[in-house]
Ligand binder design. Structure first.
Ligand SMILES: [Cu+2]
Length: 141
């Protein structure tokens, strides 16, 4: 009886912890003044997903931005619908491309530290990771 209970408990716990589908690596936060950009690579190991928001835990939400060239000028725009992570593929947040950005923070994280981030997806919901904080210039963002 005790053995059966333990087996059931094991099944229940397994049910609460679905296999991770997205893995996030090379996450970094580049701070410029009171703003910060978040870069990372997200690998999908399942049926695809959509990144909708990044949060610097305890600091604030970083909306998603994209860059595009308009009339020969590079412009940044907010993308409220987020970015697709292709099934079995990769989403890269990188300088001069897709990224997450906080435009103003009361207490920016210090370069050289590591901070926790939460990535929110439509299917896999929330994934926690950590990122190194670097100092940057406006041009690098
Ligand atoms: Cu931006």
């Amino acid at each position: 009886m005790k053995r059966l209970s333990l087996a059931l408990l094991g099944l229940a716990l397994a049910g609460c912890q679905p296999r991770p589908v997205n893995t996030i690596h090379d996450a970094r936060v580049v701070v410029t003044g009171t703003g910060a950009a978040v870069y990372a690579t997200i690998d999908d190991k399942g049926g695809g997903d959509r990144l909708v928001e990044v949060e610097l835990d305890g600091i604030g939400r970083a909306p998603l931005h994209d860059m595009r060239i308009e009339n020969g000028v590079m412009k940044m725009r907010e993308v409220p619908g987020g970015f697709a992570v292709p099934a079995g593929g990769q989403l890269r947040l990188a300088p001069m491309g897709k990224h997450a950005m906080i435009e103003s923070m009361a207490n920016p994280p210090r370069p050289g530290t590591t901070i926790p981030l939460t990535f929110s997806f439509t299917r896999q919901l929330r994934v926690h990771t950590t990122a190194k904080v670097e100092s940057g210039t406006a041009m690098a963002m």
